[in-house]
Write a protein of this length. Structure first.
Ligand SMILES: *Cc1c(COP(=O)(O)O)cnc(C)c1O
Length: 432
């Protein structure tokens, strides 16, 4: 499998190069040249396969021969060695819980897969790779955890000071060793901009071997398809495939679902669930894509004003607006609406949402209200304890704290404070 750049101005590369480079030299995103078609027989008999077999079948065509099958099978098995339960919330709505991994958010899947692939690729090289990543919250922890102690890889994480939750901050500032956290006096968009500039800086890239672990990296994006298949495997009503609602920020997660759909996974419709950062919601209404500055909300991992994966979504639908609209809708919700639904679902359905899942839930509900013959799944992208400071005042109760989080709360944060100027980042990278 080869990957082209969405800007069409870079040579095609294989999975290994796409993973190591992160972004194409022309600043486009890598995209698979052909979308594989999954065997219909496999889909029809998906209940007969283990989740390791499903994941392997899904990812193998994208990796090709750059990782031997036995090695890939090991990487896949390690990536998904936790549960992905589909939980019934009411007759029409199910929660796909993606928070049973080590950092309690769905990003563990992409980060674990990517770190293991990159670890494999650099095994025999004597050059050290620096993974440079901007996080709006959950990426940092997942990447830090995934790459912790991986030989030959250093990780530098940029996060917006004061704009991530306490648990999130501790997850990315307490590991040490090959993981370093830069606390940026700015927004997530500033962090992302600084990282993008570093990748575009030819002088810097001559001296250092940089790669990205943001959701633009194919090795993070592609494995996110796995749990859409796991959801379908657990879906009972195969004659009426689920509507799937995805709490969206950079749109990597939903874009993986759309890719799975294009390869043959049965899905009735996708709902892109957004907070006040509604660039895509507005795009689907007007046909005009107008990036904005990000707005801080309760669902902070979705505070993105210019979603990177938008270009991939266009690519998936051959840039045809109407085909995209037939498959995907989008709604945007305020923090007040998020709080109300979180409280209502807790009280009436006895299910505790996190703020991101709450946006996913309410968006699904809105779609199902207009399409009552359907039922659906929302992705519960993080454990509510990651956002206990937001959740507890809403439900007037304590969120049960898992042991992993208790251990974390006892650790001391270690970050390097930095202003939101690219030059500061550059100097840091060149001198450390
Ligand atoms: C990252 C994140 C999102 C947004 O996912 P994208 O792939 O950026 O759209 C949603 N919820 C949580 C909890 C996240 O960490």
């Amino acid at each position: 499998m080869l990957y082209f750049s969405t800007d069409n101005n870079s040579p095609k590369v294989d999975f290994k190069e796409a993973t190591i480079k992160g972004q194409a030299p022309d600043k486009g995103l890598y995209f698979p040249e052909k979308i594989p078609a999954l065997d219909k027989n496999f889909i029809d008999h998906i209940h007969q396969y283990s989740k390791e077999e499903i994941a392997f079948k899904v990812i193998q065509p994208y990796v090709g021969d750059v990782i031997p099958n036995a090695e890939l099978a090991r990487i896949v098995a390690e990536t998904i060695n936790f549960d992905f339960p589909l939980i019934k919330v009411d007759e029409a709505i199910f929660s796909l819980e993606l928070f049973h991994g080590p950092t309690l958010a769905f990003k563990d899947v992409g980060a674990r897969f990517m770190s293991r692939c990159l670890g494999y690729f650099v095994k025999d090289s004597n050059k050290k790779i620096i993974v440079l990543v901007a996080t709006s919250g959950d990426t940092g922890g997942a990447v830090a955890n995934g790459f912790y102690n991986v030989d030959g890889v250093d990780v530098v994480i940029l996060y917006p000071s004061g704009k991530v939750s306490k648990v999130q901050e501790l997850q990315l500032t307490t590991l040490g060793k090959n993981i370093r956290a830069l606390e940026i006096d700015g927004t997530f968009d500033d962090c992302q901009q600084m990282v993008k500039q570093a990748f575009a800086d030819e002088v810097l890239n001559k001296k250092l071997f940089l790669t990205s672990a943001n959701s633009i990296n194919v090795a993070r994006w592609l494995p996110q398809q796995f749990y859409y298949f796991f959801a379908y495997q657990q879906w009972k009503d195969k004659n009426n495939p689920p509507v799937i609602s995805v709490p969206s920020g950079n749109f990597g997660n939903i874009c993986a679902g759309l890719l799975a759909f294009r390869t043959g996974l049965p899905v009735s419709h996708f709902v892109a669930a957004c907070n006040a950062n509604n660039v895509i919601t507005e795009y689907l209404q007007s046909g005009d894509y107008v990036p904005k500055k990000s707005i801080a909300t309760l669902s902070n991992a979705m505070d993105v004003g210019n979603p990177s994966n938008f270009v991939r979504i266009l690519e998936l639908f051959d840039k045809e607006f109407q085909s995209l609209k037939n498959v995907m809708s989008s709604y945007s919700f305020s923090d007040d609406e998020t709080k109300n639904i979180l409280k209502e679902v807790y009280q009436n359905k006895n299910y505790l949402l996190d703020p991101h899942g709450a946006v996913g839930y309410v968006a699904l509900k809105k779609y199902l209200d207009q399409h009552p013959h359907h039922r659906g799944i929302f992705l519960e992208t993080a454990h509510p304890v990651k956002f206990y400071d937001v959740v507890e005042p809403i439900i007037h109760a304590k969120v049960p704290v898992p042991d992993v989080v208790n251990n974390l709360l006892a650790l001391k944060k270690e970050s390097i404070k930095m202003n939101a100027e690219y030059e500061s980042l550059k100097e840091y990278l060149l001198t450390h």
